[in-house]
Ligand binder design. Structure first.
Ligand SMILES: [Zn+2]
Length: 195
């Protein structure tokens, strides 16, 4: 899913954690940070199979599992929550395009945005676009599941942030930064493809 969705999920987990476990500002921030940080592996895409950052070790379950086990081993609540948050990120990424979940080289997930037929004809599909990336962005925003999930997660984030963690209410504002990055990208690609 897009980074704004992961950010919103981070706010949701942090808000619930704050309500039940009274976590502090640093812990609140760290949970949200773990929810979206692995998407910055996109800057290392050139090292990934097919230049797809979802194939990197960072997009497998292993970083989350290691942090979770470490947290349990040393009885550290924050590490446990961060481990769970990292795992939730990769699970959500199995819904749209799938991810190299077990780092076995196999893309796993519901993969709602791509069929095996698409995979076989990928070169042909991408050749229809002026910029190959347009295909991925348009497929995402034309998909009902992605749109509904984006809206649901957004509403939940606002409600839970304001009602369960009102002292940290300002965290939801950063969501709009991540959303605007994707909206700008979408608009730009639309302009290029329509020109
Ligand atoms: Zn991701």
């Amino acid at each position: 899913m897009h980074i704004n969705v992961h950010y919103a999920i981070g706010v949701i987990i942090a808000s619930i954690s704050h309500f039940f476990l009274q976590i502090n500002l640093f812990e609140f921030f760290m949970i949200i940070f773990c929810a979206f940080i692995i998407d910055f592996d996109v800057f290392f895409s050139k090292y990934a199979k097919d230049h797809n950052h979802r194939n990197l070790l960072t997009h497998s379950i292993w970083p989350g599992i290691i942090v979770l086990i470490l947290g349990i081993a040393i009885f550290n609540l924050l590490l446990i929550l961060c481990g769970i948050t990292l795992l939730i990120h990769v699970v959500f990424d199995t819904f749209d395009w799938g991810t190299n979940l077990f780092y076995t080289g196999k893309t796993i997930g519901l993969k709602l945005l791509i069929t095996s037929e698409d995979m076989k004809n990928m070169d042909e599909i991408l050749s229809k676009y002026k910029v190959a990336h347009s295909f991925f962005v348009f497929r995402y925003y034309n998909n009902k599941f992605c749109k509904i999930l984006e809206i649901l997660v957004f509403i939940l984030m606002i409600l839970l942030n304001l009602f369960l963690a009102s002292e940290f209410w300002y965290f939801f504002i950063i969501y709009f930064f991540f959303l605007s990055v994707h909206m700008y990208e979408y608009k730009k690609l639309k302009q290029i493809e329509n020109s």
